[in-house]
Design a protein around this ligand. Structure first.
Ligand SMILES: *[C@@H]1O[C@H](CO)[C@@H](O)[C@H](O)[C@H]1NC(C)=O
Ligand SMILES: *[C@@H]1O[C@H](CO)[C@@H](O)[C@H](O)[C@H]1NC(C)=O
Length: 245
């Protein structure tokens, strides 16, 4: 509670000082959200000039089977997997939870795994893979928490999710795979530079509210720690230029 109050106070103070006194009043305005335990993750192409062909804006995050309990993360135009943010209230607040889906028979938890900066895709060794595999997922892969006014998936690292047309060896066919591109530190400017691989486009993965199906008797998964998440009713309908800062 103390932290919440402090953040609120800090937020209010910096908003106040950011408002130019003489000009028209700038009222921060954000897309309205709802709250749900279940959500799908919808891709928002953040730099439309680099979008793929066909466009992947509005495509959804899901897995393609690549082995027992293993799924490569891809974008597809149909409805994606339903996820939930798992963790205690404190874990969610401090980004120590993870993002889960239920899969298999009986239902097991599957987590979103993001390769670390020192791990690479075996076929594309310059790229860091994202997968939906059986298990807890990468701790810290989570939805941005208060006080951020937007809600989307973060890997808790400097960088961005990207979508890339790539051959998946298991099928020897091309899919729009999801990777994580770590920013690179530029010693000349002392800033981090985006590092989007050739042929890929940067995306944010935005939660669209959905109903988390109840677990049938005998499931290994549990929804005891499925948190309430802020999500949007219809991500593709959000008119971004209307909102800011
Ligand atoms: C979504 O993409 C648009 C560009 O098409 C961008 O202006 C906006 O900031 C993005 N929103 C988020 C939350 O990434
Ligand atoms: C979900 O979160 C709870 C609370 O931290 C934890 O005990 C449980 O192991 C998590 N589930 C998975 C599959 O990681």
């Amino acid at each position: 509670m103390t932290m919440f109050t402090t953040l609120l106070a800090v937020g209010a103070a910096s908003l106040a000082s950011a408002t130019p006194l003489q000009s028209r009043q700038v009222v921060p305005n954000y897309p309205p959200n709802e709250v749900s335990t279940g959500f799908r993750l919808v891709a928002n192409v953040t730099d439309p000039a680099t979008d793929l062909t066909p466009s992947v804006d509005g495509w959804e995050f899901q897995g393609i089977h690549t082995g027992a309990g293993l799924n490569d993360a891809v974008l597809a135009s149909g409805p994606g997997r339903i996820f939930y943010h798992n963790g205690t209230a404190a874990e969610i607040r401090f980004a120590e939870g993870s993002i889960l889906a239920d899969g298999g028979t009986p239902l097991f938890p599957y987590g979103i795994y993001v390769q670390g900066e020192d791990e690479v895709d075996p076929t594309y060794p310059a790229e860091h893979d994202v997968a939906i595999n059986v298990g807890s997922g990468t701790i810290g892969v989570s939805l941005l928490a208060f006080p951020d006014p937007y809600f989307y998936l973060t890997a808790h690292a400097q960088g961005t999710f990207v979508a890339c047309p790539r051959t998946v060896p298991y099928y020897n066919a091309e899919f729009t795979v999801v990777r994580f591109a770590y920013d690179t530190f530029n010693p000349d400017t002392a800033l981090f530079d985006r590092n989007v691989p050739e042929g890929c486009t940067a995306i944010t993965l935005i939660p669209e509210c959905d109903t988390l199906p109840e677990l049938p008797e005998g499931s290994i998964s549990s929804h005891e720690f499925a948190a309430n998440s802020k999500c949007y009713e219809d991500v593709s309908a959000i008119n971004w230029p209307e909102y800011g800062p």
